[in-house]
Write a protein that binds this ligand. Sequence first.
Ligand SMILES: Nc1ncnc2c1ncn2[C@@H]1O[C@H](COP(=O)(O)OP(=O)(O)O)[C@@H](O)[C@H]1O
Ligand SMILES: [Mg+2]
Length: 245
Amino acid sequence: MTEKLLSIHELTKSIGSITPVKGISFDLKRGGCTALLGPNGAGKTTTLRMLAGLIPPTRGEIKHGSADKQTNDWRHRIGYLPQYPKFYSWMSGKEYLSFSAKLSGLSGQKALQRSQEVIEMVGLQQASKRRISGYSGGMKQRLGIAQALVHEPELIMLDEPVSALDPIGRREVMDLLNRLRGEVTILFSTHVLHDAEEICDDMVLMVDGEIAEKGALSELRSKYRQPVLSIEVEPGERELAWLHG
Ligand SMILES: Nc1ncnc2c1ncn2[C@@H]1O[C@H](COP(=O)(O)OP(=O)(O)O)[C@@H](O)[C@H]1O
Ligand SMILES: [Mg+2]
């Protein structure tokens, strides 16, 4: 039985008169990759912001396997990439990462060492000394993922990491996520089923603030699989078989 890294139960967020997240429950397996799938407005960003500790839930529970026993704080164990990340574009990639590492509490020497490691993990060695203002969309997104990884979290949460990218940037980031699979637990949101299928084991489908479906992608695929064509043959099927034989 795989260990649960995170369990959320009846999580709800109301903002004024609207309720973007309506009592959702799911678990994340340690070491797994889960897609939070859903159309725009489904409540994905609101859910991830609650899981990242950026906004408090109105109701419900978030249980983190490695939360600090005294404070129940899990934020040091997670990395988060927002849907619209902002960078200090005058910094170089390396400066930005050591800045992020220090913000996460790493000391000077360790911050430099981890920055170098994550630069290599995301394949930005060549560009690490260049200003972020000259980076492509895919490079910025990879830098954002490096930032989420720099303090060695056990879970990274990425909000639509490929949605705003052109096909080349998209490929770069998908390949990176494929490489990270198994190294760190991944939760990422997307509105594209194909992206979820490419890298994830599990899926949570949100529609209008609720979970419409969840589970292992392989099981969901066989549950909903339908024949593409069904052929009924009249007498004379032998000739048909012969024609295609
Ligand atoms: N701070 C807010 N104030 C008002 N409405 C909000 C706020 N945050 C989210 N919403 C609304 O909640 C719904 C879900 O938003 P969001 O979580 O961003 O969905 P998704 O990320 O799936 O596109 C949307 O209709 C959005 O307009
Ligand atoms: Mg969103």
